[in-house]
Write a protein that binds this ligand. Sequence first.
Ligand SMILES: *Cc1c(COP(=O)(O)O)cnc(C)c1O
Length: 347
Amino acid sequence: MREAARTSDRAPYLLRARLPGWEALGPPVPLGQFPTPVTEAPELAPALGLQSLWIKRDDLSSPIYGGTKVRSLEFLFGAARAAGAREVVTLGATGSHHVLATALFAVQEGLRVRAVLFPQPPTEEIGLNSRVLPRIGVQVRAVSSVVGVPWAWWREKSRQPRPFVIPAGGSSPLGILGSVEGYLELDQAIRSGSAPRPDCIVVPAGSCGTAAGLLLGRALVGENIPIVAVRVVPRVVSNAGRAMRLAREGARLLRSAGAEFGGRLGPLEWIHDAAGPGYARPTDGARRMVETVRRLANFRCETTYTGKTLVALERPRFAGRNVLFWNTFSAVDPGPVERGNEGGLHG
Ligand SMILES: *Cc1c(COP(=O)(O)O)cnc(C)c1O
């Protein structure tokens, strides 16, 4: 893989100063533009019944394809590089942002990509993935039902030579360090006075990596701002046990790299009834929110994650509060991709 990605323009990692064992971690591969800004949405706030609404702009993490997934991929690709991998394998639903982000940045870094895709309800992302993934040379194994996933996933993971395995959503103890870094960025913005200290942080929860990383980041800086995870996927995928396990294993990883923090992780709050009829099934509220955000704010949202999460902000528990929304959805659809060539891509 390349030493420095052409599109990366990031400040030094804040985590690095806290980790004497940074090098042993398999240092991350810079992919995105960090820190992402924290901006106010002064017209959207009153429309949702909030005192104020600030946005952590992870949507702006890359001009190729932004969102929070860029953060986890930096760390996961660091480990892939340390392992000498030439190929990565991952999985997700047919409209998965994670599979798309993994594919775009892996190809840029000269890695081959294979992906297991399983069906989901129709959304715009399905069309996007079906156009982009073949164009950039991703080898897709589509299964006709989630029942087929374990077998197909096992087959892909067992290929020789062994590929580097990236779990669903990029949510592993290493992957969540990306969102730990994100929390450190927010903390720095608050300390420098460029953003106010919010009453709470609200984040969509799918595979829980983003929420777990924020929880761990909060513990690392010794803060106690409430973090609210809004679940938009089935409970077997997204739940407190999974998020806490990821955060604890992430904490172990940080300690093994020399981080000093004794603090408890503290609680993660949950909203469990925001998904409506189910994962990726648009609700009327989420559709309305896409329009409202388009009219009143300078970012965009979609109906699977961020739209449903913003609808949850209209609930009485947030009325009159100062909320920070962690914007996980890319501001842009993927543009042209420049391929790395070390992985022998063709086609
Ligand atoms: C993946 C994703 C999430 C969920 O993040 P997890 O770390 O999987 O919980 C939220 N929003 C968007 C837009 C995503 O693509």
